[in-house]
Design a protein around this ligand. Sequence first.
Ligand code: ZN
Ligand code: ZN
Ligand code: FE
Length: 761
Amino acid sequence: MDNQIAGCRIWITGIVQGVGFRPFIYNLAQQHRLTGWVKNTSAGVEIEVNGQAGLLDQFVQDIHDKHPHLARIDSLTRESVLPNGYAAFEIIHSTPLPGDFLPISPDIALCPDCERELFDPTNRRFHYPFINCTNCGPRFSIICDIPYDRPATTMAGFALCPECQREYEDPTNRRFHAQPIACPVCGPKVWLEQPGLPDIEGGDAIRAARSLMAEGKILAIKGLGGFHLACDAFNQAAVTTLRQRKKRIGKAFAVMAFSIEDIQTHCEIDPAESDLLTSPFAPIVLLKRKKWSTIAPAVYQKHSTLGVMLAYTPLHKLLLEPKSGFPSILVMTSGNLSDEPIAYQDEDCRTRLGKIADAYLMHNRPIQTRVDDSVSRIVNQKPYYLRRSRGYAPDPIILETPSAPMLATGTELKNTFTLAKGKYAFLSHYIGDLENYETYQSYTEGIKHFENLFKIKPEMIACDLHPDYLATQYAMERSQSDHLPIVKVQHHHAHLAACLADNHWNRPEPVIGIIFDGTGFGTDGTIWGGEILFGGYAKYIRRFHLRNTPLPGGNLAVRRPSRMALAHLWKAGISWGDMLPPTQDLCYEERLALRKQMELGFNSPDTSSMGRLFDAVSSLLGVCHQTTYEGQAAIELEAICDPEEAGRYELTIDQNTIDPAPLLTAIVRDWMAGIPVPRIATRFHNSIAYLCLDVSQRIKSESGLETIALSGGVWQNHFLLQKSMTLLDKAGFHVLIHQQTPPNDGSVSLGQVMVANHQNL
Ligand code: ZN
Ligand code: ZN
Ligand code: FE
């Protein structure tokens, strides 16, 4: 070994702050008898070490091999420097570097070590609802600025007690430099508020909250990224009351349990699902509900699945700690009234949730950024996300080709935005539907917050083609005020690009994009959504699309699938038989007006939407005529599918148009013949899966290409996804589905970034 003393400087980027990285480096340096220092910068972590040359190499190797499991190293640069004669190794203060940026850790679920301490009566944090360490706890939701140090978080107002201070400064302690460190002496506190009664504090507050829920009461509970509304998941009356007060009719509620064991009685859980539930991300996972589950039916309504998450903060663990007399599973739904954003400030809770909740369980750790629970399910043994937010945001999506500094403003519904620079695309947390002032405000504030946190000054703006989207209007304003070029990206092209970027696709040849979606503005002014595209990031051709059908009354037809069903029948030349369910749903005058409207083309824009075809079939079979949330008619249609049914119907393809008329004719015929509705629903799903195979084979025979990307909101349909993937795999196609981002509009802003970058080359 080389005994010469040498020096080196190391720069590391990636997720290296708030994950115990500096203590890890400190301990590693001690092991290798190195001297020098480590510090956080706004670009990552910087290290200088002196020691024997051989030990320096081993040190760098160990950084790669042994780093904390929550950390992620994106780059490590090393440079030799002259030894500086340091006497010891120390952790020195953070320095912001202008212009540089670094990823910020998402919020992390309670770790096993902290959970053990939480329930250890001899521990000084026994039953303390805000216990955390460098491996767990709040991060993104409490960060106000960078670098990530306590004064730049919402914990700034809590001065450390001597014992916490000692732990915070001890490099051998699990809480060394854990910024949200807290204990019962110096940290945040809980209390219970009930109208007309004095507040209850501490452990008594949690006990009282549990008693109230055992009695059937509804609570607003301040959590990590906002308020939840909670009640006993076994109490049908309580859940029904919650639905009425929250004005949420059809959509399923998620539930929260203490552990996997509590869910096993109610849902089927395979190992991949169990892994995801217990992961540090702790998302809501959609599980197959067991028939004999005693969960109140008002929780899941017409859904065959149940959305389940495990208690992911110490406060949630305490609310669900196994004890007789208290509910073991709680409904945990977002703390809002129908479509508003989640309440996350105390005052907000009192004013907005006052009419819904009987009591509030509050705490005084402020929330900087509202973060919704993420929603996922397991597809082919891997997570498939329907909403990517808490636990994931603001982790960047790593890009294969570097991006210009850019802001992509996303879509109207299920909005996210993306701020990109270099190889990082910071896909935002879930913002929601930009339909009211509050959501729009949290959107614009969120963009500013990201620009500041990640030190990105956009040099280009990307947005949707739709002129009426608030996100498009915001893009236009920013483009004008900041004098930035703007690129408008067709919605379904963005879907395709998002799926490709998500899969780190960097090959030059085009792919087949099967984009099945609800709504998106087309380049011809019609509403697209049943699109078979052929292309890549830079350009695409619209190779096939579903035949245009009128959307009578625009949004009204989206909320009333029976209107959509009759529109599809009308376009296909099928008569509105009196017996048919959608005919029955609409009165004579309505049908007359509907027909007139379509004949005159009055307020009946053309759409090729696949989502609307699902709506139409759902109503045609009498499953759903009216929706109270997006996708309801299709979700309820999927829920009755029978995996054993193999039948299917034909759609005809003429040049580039896919005509559903023969399919609709066959469905009406089967329905009239008394074939059970679940069988017809399944045959319909099978038909769309075979349609995917048919169009893919046609494009393959023209081009020889066989990579397929599946994107768009319709691909949240698990039955259709599984069926299509199986068929396409078997036929030898290479199928890309979303891996880290949702197939719905939640990933469109990522696609906008990709298209804008490639069109700008
Ligand atoms: Zn921990
Ligand atoms: Zn303390
Ligand atoms: Fe879409």
